[in-house]
Design a protein around this ligand. Structure first.
Ligand code: ADP
Length: 641
């Protein structure tokens, strides 16, 4: 029997583990199972890649058993195993730079925060949180002798010759009093399901099933062995061996965890990256928006695995918020097992995976938008709005998102249009993209502000989503990049930008090329003055309109003011501190109601008409009027004259 001292760093680590309160003790099992799985992976690789191991018959598995009376818990694998030198190297020293860094950090840290332990992989040694003695009986594949490593986790360990029938490693934990909570079937199953369900090798649990008689005396005891992990790391399998049913089944199995979606997904995106970064991702787009999509505390839909070991399903950082409806799995080969949240968020590997995933999802959406009308329409009906959030949240992907968002339009009676389609319909002399926002579709479609555009056959996008008024001004313009369908034959260059112009702005009529008619202005001036005087400070200004054809009046917003609808929405959202926004009233000089004011000095009639011109313009834009009773009274008075 050979006595060994632990490397100084191991002693320090063990001391910390044993003497610091550990909030998340159960992870020791995840660590040991992960080691076993690694050992199986290594041997599996050798049996494929190395002639010397090819003859080895090998049915990889992990076995767990416990003994209540002896207070032991045993984790066993038939993987690569260790020889004497491996034992010294692996279980007597700290090879991992992460652990070393952890210890250095602890040395600097005056407080020696015990929580820090949880942020780093402490691997095998974490078992000393629940055990005061550990035995490791192991035999390396293709070697004749077996070894036993024993330690109480204090100063050192012993290594002696042992016996083991075949290759692999058996770890026997002699549990502490607190550790005995793991000597029951249910807690083991629960922990494995939580952390190691997708370890790709089968994990078996052996336990005694006892029957008792009426008097509570044990009648019989049967030893049973059940598989306790599902082991379908589907996302790691190659795409060619998977069928659509497999993906759909897996999605449904995720369903219960993701708020019970038992429907089939709309589509899935499976990626296996090999190269600088090695990872697998499997994303699903549901058919229906998750019920909590608009809650601040929505449940994130993506789970993080590291080497098939579950890390978290509660990290909103794994996907940008505007893709919060995406469900699925990220599994990385290049992350440490015990990455903490704090570390996750700045982790370069994860940031790279995330950004590649977003790009992949966007490019897949583009393909669907071009090739699968039915799926695309379902997608738009459910997820157009979060996608628009991406327009102002995700600058880096703005170009791609611009091509995916959809709008209603005066040129499309039912359904949706894209910026690109709008642009392809534009007349050659049209310089901007026009839109009308604020209010429901019906209100917007019947707005008097559209009259001039209709007369000139200019398309206007109907922005009836609340979020449009926030997003579109921040977008400012639509830029068509080279590969997004610019049609050169039409004289449109490869990369071109169009400003987005709201039609309810004070200057929008000028952009439309409506000429100022000096004579008409002069003629209308007295009427305008009368209305202005009657309305007083209810309006910012009264102007002769150049954009109205049929309606007598409309309201527009000053260039730098929010629109009335926007102000209304912000107030409804609780922003009561908003300064009052006054509209600019535009009147149609040719309309009989306005013309009728020319030759009258009847103060009451002027006041009633002016008030009705303002209120109806507000009403038609979906803005609540201040005093409906006053509006009705004035209207009735005018009608009875
Ligand atoms: P890590 O697994 O992160 O490297 P651990 O402290 O958990 O750190 O394990 C240290 C080393 O011990 C492993 O890298 C591996 O070489 C060896 N080891 C642990 N468990 C096993 C096992 N079941 N079979 C083979 N080797 C193992």
């Amino acid at each position: 029997m050979a006595q060994h001292q632990f490397q100084t760093e191991v002693s320090r680590l063990l001391h910390l583990i044993i003497h610091s309160l550990y909030s998340n003790r159960e992870i020791f099992l995840r660590e040991l199972v992960s080691n076993a799985s690694d050992a199986l992976d290594k041997l599996k690789y050798l049996t494929v890649a190395d002639e010397a191991y090819k003859s080895l018959s090998f049915d990889p598995r992990i076995d767990i058993s416990f003994n209540k009376d002896a207070k032991t818990l045993t984790i066993s694998d038939n993987g690569i195993g260790m020889n004497e030198a491996d034992l010294v190297d692996s279980l007597g020293t700290i090879a991992r730079s992460g652990t070393r860094a952890f210890l250095e950090k602890l040395a600097d840290d005056a407080k020696k925060d015990s929580n820090l332990i949880g942020q780093f992989g402490v691997g095998f040694y974490s078992a000393f949180m629940v055990a005061d003695k550990i035995e490791v009986i192991t035999r390396k594949a293709a070697e004749g002798s077996a070894w036993k490593w024993t330690s109480d986790g204090k100063e050192g360990y012993e290594i002696e010759a042992a016996a083991r029938d075949s290759q692999g490693t058996t770890v026997i934990l002699h549990l502490t009093e607190e550790g005995t909570e793991y000597t029951n079937r249910w807690s083991i199953e629960d922990i494995i399901k939580r952390y190691s369900n997708h370890v790709a090798f089968p994990i078996y649990l052996t336990y005694d099933e006892k029957e008792y008689d009426d008097k509570g005396k044990e009648k019989s005891s049967k030893t049973k062995t059940d598989r306790i992990n599902s082991g379908t790391a589907l996302w790691r399998r190659s795409k060619s061996e998977l069928k659509e049913e497999d993906y759909n089944e897996f999605y449904k199995s995720l369903g219960t965890q993701f708020g019970g979606d038992t429907d089939e997904p709309l589509f899935y995106i499976h990626t296996k990256a090999e190269g600088a970064l090695e990872y697998s991702t499997l994303f699903y787009i549901p058919k229906k928006a998750p019920f909590d999509m608009y809650n601040v505390d929505y449940k994130p839909g993506v789970k993080l695995y590291v080497k098939r070991v579950f890390i978290t399903d509660d990290d909103k950082e794994l996907m940008p918020t505007w893709l919060r409806f995406v469900r699925g799995v990220i599994d990385s080969e290049d992350l440490p097992l015990n990455v903490s949240r704090e570390i996750l968020q700045q982790n370069k590997v994860l940031l790279n995976i995330k950004s590649a995933s977003v790009k992949k999802i966007l490019s897949e959406l583009k393909i669907i938008s071009e090739n699968n009308k039915e799926k695309w329409e379902t997608f738009v009906s459910q997820f157009n709005r979060p996608l628009k959030e991406g327009l102002y949240q995700d600058y880096a992907n703005r170009d791609s998102i611009q091509e995916l968002v959809r709008f209603k339009s005066t040129a499309v009676e039912e359904g949706w249009t894209s910026f690109a389609e709008y642009v392809s319909r534009m007349k050659s002399d049209q310089k901007h993209i026009y839109y009308i926002a604020g209010g429901n579709e019906q209100t917007l479609r019947s707005s008097p502000l559209l009259e001039a555009y209709r007369a000139k056959e200019i398309e206007v996008l109907i922005m009836d989503d609340e979020i449009d008024e926030l997003v579109i001004p921040s977008l400012h313009s639509y830029t068509q990049s080279k590969d997004s369908g610019g049609d050169k034959a039409d004289g449109k260059t490869e990369s071109q930008s169009w400003e987005l112009k709201a039609v309810n702005r004070a200057g929008a009529d000028e952009e439309l090329g409506e000429k100022q008619d000096k004579a008409a202005e002069k003629e209308a001036k007295p009427v305008i003055e009368k209305i202005k005087k009657a309305l007083g400070d209810k309006v910012k200004e009264v102007k002769l309109s150049r954009r109205l054809h049929d309606s007598p009046s409309c309201i527009v917003a000053d260039e730098n003011d929010p629109s009335m609808q926007m102000a209304q929405m912000l107030r409804a959202m609780g922003q009561t501190e908003m300064p009052e926004i006054k509209p600019i009233l535009e009147v149609n000089g040719d309309h009989p109601i306005v013309v009728g004011l020319k030759d009258t000095d009847d103060e009451e009639r002027i006041a009633d008409t002016a008030a009705v011109l303002l209120d109806q313009a507000l009403l038609v834009e979906g803005v609540k009027i201040k005093d409906p009773a006053d509006f009705v009274k004035r209207l009735n008075r005018l009608l009875s004259k």
